[in-house]
Write a protein that binds this ligand. Structure first.
Ligand code: MGP
Length: 262
């Protein structure tokens, strides 16, 4: 099967009819935006394999939720790098509608996930979606600005962040700077290290400026400034890059390495 046919097959399970009314409506009237959202709708089973069971997303979630196979891989990798423990507490700092949070909880019943999100409507969606995957009991939700919430979270094992990249046009930049994120990506890393843990993972665009990130990490002036970067794919296509810091980095991979997500 060619990669494209394979990808199409993953998107359209048998017996499910597409209904025009299911296609998300864009809050903006731009044709581009409508086209883009349609693209994500056609990828709905890649985003959530249980989409038909009542998964809820708003406009921003459609284009920023992590595809399920990538979210599952990140969860697996983070848990593995934390070693054997009785219980794990993982914070998803910008949990949105719950794509990553759900996979953290699914990876082991020993995982407790704290999902932080600034919009309460999105927390409702994340709770609904976690319920569909049968993991809502493992999830706690906090509505608030993560930069503030993190100051009072207490001990945790790892933090994951999938911040907004400034909309769907992020790819038009030849090199994407973490300064383009809101909140600023470099500030997020600094704050997490200060208030939470050095065990940080962050979802980045595939056009991220790797040199800038390397220089930023080197400037942090402490012993633990190594990290690794991993390309994440759906089929053969690179969709995102995940950065792992602190104990989350793979001891077998060198800084700046590119490992394929499975
Ligand atoms: P994409 O821009 O649709 O690339 O985003 P794709 O699918 O390669 O499209 P094409 O038209 O270039 O072929 C790919 C993935 O990046 C999305 O499915 C999301 O998981 C993630 N992503 C995209 N955006 C705009 C964001 C964002 O703002 N924040 C986060 N955290 N993830 C995003």
């Amino acid at each position: 099967m060619s990669p494209l046919v394979e990808e199409e097959a993953m998107m359209t399970p048998p017996m499910v009819k597409r209904r025009r009314s299911d296609i998300p409506r864009s809050a903006s009237s731009s044709k581009d935006s409508k086209y883009q959202l349609r693209k994500f709708y056609y990828q709905r089973y890649i985003l959530f394999s249980k989409y038909d069971e009542g998964i809820q997303l708003d406009e921003e979630s459609w284009f920023s939720v992590t595809p399920e196979n990538i979210a599952k891989h990140i969860a697996y990798r983070i848990l593995k790098s934390l070693g054997d423990k009785e219980q794990y507490t993982i914070v998803d700092g910008m949990c949105g509608c719950g794509g990553n949070l759900i996979q953290f909880a699914r990876i082991s019943p020993k995982v407790r996930v704290i999902g932080v999100e600034i919009l309460s409507e999105r927390i409702d969606m994340a709770r609904n979606n976690a319920k569909i995957y049968g993991v809502e009991e493992q999830c706690d939700f906090i509505v608030g600005d993560f930069c503030e919430v993190m100051k009072n979270l207490g001990p945790i094992d790892a933090v994951f962040m999938s911040p907004p990249w400034g909309g769907m046009n992020y790819i038009e930049h030849k090199k994407y700077s973490l300064n383009m994120m809101t909140p600023n990506g470099f500030d997020l890393i600094r704050l997490c290290r200060k208030y939470l843990t050095p065990n940080i993972s962050m979802l980045l665009p595939r056009n991220v400026d790797k040199q800038e990130l390397k220089e930023f990490i080197a400037s942090l002036h402490d012993a633990d400034t190594s990290y690794d970067l991993e390309e994440n794919r759906v089929g053969h296509k690179v969709k995102t890059i995940t950065a792992y810091f602190g104990n989350l980095q793979d001891p077998d991979s060198l800084t700046d390495s590119d490992n394929e997500s499975r």
